[in-house]
Design a protein around this ligand. Structure first.
Ligand code: SAH
Ligand code: SF4
Ligand code: F3S
Length: 445
């Protein structure tokens, strides 16, 4: 189908993004495609001619929020029938029919492997009254280099792998994102070099398990080698990466982090559970002993680091004893921060049909106990930074207090301090004067 390349001329779009950084990155591609079609960005859904929801389905709470929000668009759509509403991303990939059943005012649904078809989808949706559905089961396109319109001017996401082949038993991601595919190191370096030339200071390398980067390429390149190569790109000041899998975090990677000046000392290592019995049922491929040993090796080789994690409570079969093992591990490691979730059964995953589902009340109660513990630990760790000097990349002004600048330490902690806007984009030294559980207040040195 031939698409008029000016189909968006004089029109505005609004993209609402849910879920992880991969989705945020995909939305930048959607925005890039729309800009090529002549669309401008709208400030709100009310003034948009095209609304796209880029969805997530990792937990039921995410889906509920999305359906609720989609529902709120009904009056807008009845008032302006020529408004186009598209739903893409992971939830669309998983539940195309359900989206149309629950939200019949949606004009088109597209999957995670169909982003490049957005122009055709829009023209077809505008031409016919019935909804259009385009969801491929697998990625048929090679890893195309698509146009991009980035959210920030300082920090950029750079995808290094698509999909995931780990099949943790609770997780829907492998089913909606396809198997792991690595981008070529040449394409990655080219993108990072271009970002540096455009003035970006920080890149975050993205993948569901970045640690296995390159395995599918068959060229022998590893994630550690990629880090070393990205570290050579002039102009970039900081390199981050997410997400890591504890099973695949090799000594070679620890050493690359240690050796590469730009690679930040922040380790996000999702543990998920502190109980070996549960880790096994989750198909995580490591034990709590392996994990503790990894933490020990990281702390030996990379000083002044921070370690954060993800934890799921109430996985099927989790007994009080297993949960106690998680609390114990959290205490033993002393995480800087933890993202904690209640297990959400995702239909089609092995864990959803496991016997011994944990009652909702028990899950909630465990989550609260875990969060209380982690808050205390975060506060204690941050308290140790009182009076210390840290390097901050200044990102902008605080939304709450405009005379305050905000930025992050290399360890990924949010810092607020009084300062002038001209410092945005600079690396500055800040002395921490008032540490809190979630962020640090300080003053410029
Ligand atoms: N690839 C990353 C991110 C996956 S999704 C990783 O392996 O860490 C982010 C987090 O959501 C996971 O780490 C896990 O803690 C949580 N999560 C995934 N599926 C879940 C489910 N069914 N219920 C509750 N939490 C889940
Ligand atoms: Fe999901 Fe596991 Fe893959 Fe992470 S590594 S995306 S938790 S299957
Ligand atoms: Fe959600 Fe898809 Fe990311 S399910 S967490 S948006 S990969």
């Amino acid at each position: 189908m031939v698409v008029c390349t000016e189909i968006g001329k004089g029109k505005k779009y609004y993209i609402r993004t849910y879920g992880c950084q991969m989705n945020e990155r995909d939305s930048e591609t959607l925005a890039g495609i729309l800009a090529d079609l002549g669309y401008m960005r709208a400030a709100s859904e009310e003034e948009a001619d095209l609304i796209i929801f880029n969805t997530c389905c990792v937990r039921e709470t995410a889906e509920r929020k999305i359906y609720g929000r989609l529902n709120e668009l009904r009056p807008l759509k009845s008032k302006r029938p020529d408004l186009l509403i598209g739903v893409g991303g992971c939830m669309a990939q998983k539940d195309k029919e359900r989206v149309l059943a629950k939200a019949p005012h949606v004009d088109f649904v597209f999957g995670t492997h169909n982003i490049q078809e957005l122009p055709q989808l829009i023209s077809r949706a505008a031409a016919v009254p019935e909804p259009i559905v385009q969801v491929w089961e697998e990625s048929q396109a090679s890893l195309l280099e698509l146009p991009t319109q980035r959210e920030g001017k300082l920090k950029a996401f750079v995808t290094i792998t698509y999909g995931c082949t780990n099949f943790c038993t609770y997780c829907i991601v492998p089913y909606v994102r396809g198997k792991e595919r690595s981008r070529s190191p040449q394409d990655i370096i080219k993108e990072v070099t271009q970002l540096a030339q455009d003035g970006y200071k920080e890149v975050t390398l993205l993948g569901q398990n970045v640690n296995t980067y390159g395995r599918d390429l068959g060229t022998g390149i590893s994630f550690a080698q990629l880090l070393r190569a990205v570290n050579q790109v002039a102009g970039i000041r900081r390199i981050r990466y997410t997400t890591s899998h504890p099973r695949d975090f090799s000594d070679e990677i620890i050493e690359a982090v240690r050796d590469c000046a730009k690679v930040c000392e922040h380790f996000h290592l999702p543990i998920q559970s502190g109980s070996n019995r549960i880790l096994e049922r989750m198909n995580r491929g490591y034990t709590r002993e392996d994990y503790l040993d990894l933490v020990k090796r990281i702390r030996e080789k990379v000083p002044n680091n921070s370690i954060t994690t993800d934890i799921i409570v109430g996985f099927p079969g989790e007994e009080e004893e297993d949960f106690a093992a998680t609390l114990d591990l959290v205490r033993q490691v002393g995480f800087d921060n933890a993202f904690t979730f209640v297990f959400s059964p995702r239909s089609g995953t092995p864990a959803a049909s496991m016997m011994e589902q944990v009652p909702e009340g028990v899950k909630k109660e465990r989550l609260n106990r875990l969060m209380d513990l982690q808050d205390r630990i975060s506060r204690d760790i941050n308290e140790k930074l009182r009076g210390k000097e840290v390097e901050v990349l200044v990102e902008g002004t605080s939304k709450k207090e405009e005379s305050f600048l905000t930025g992050r330490t290399r360890t990924n902690k949010l810092v607020l301090f009084p300062g002038e806007e001209k410092l945005i984009g600079e690396l500055v030294t800040v002395r921490i004067t008032r540490p809190q559980t979630w962020n640090l207040y300080g003053e410029l040195v």
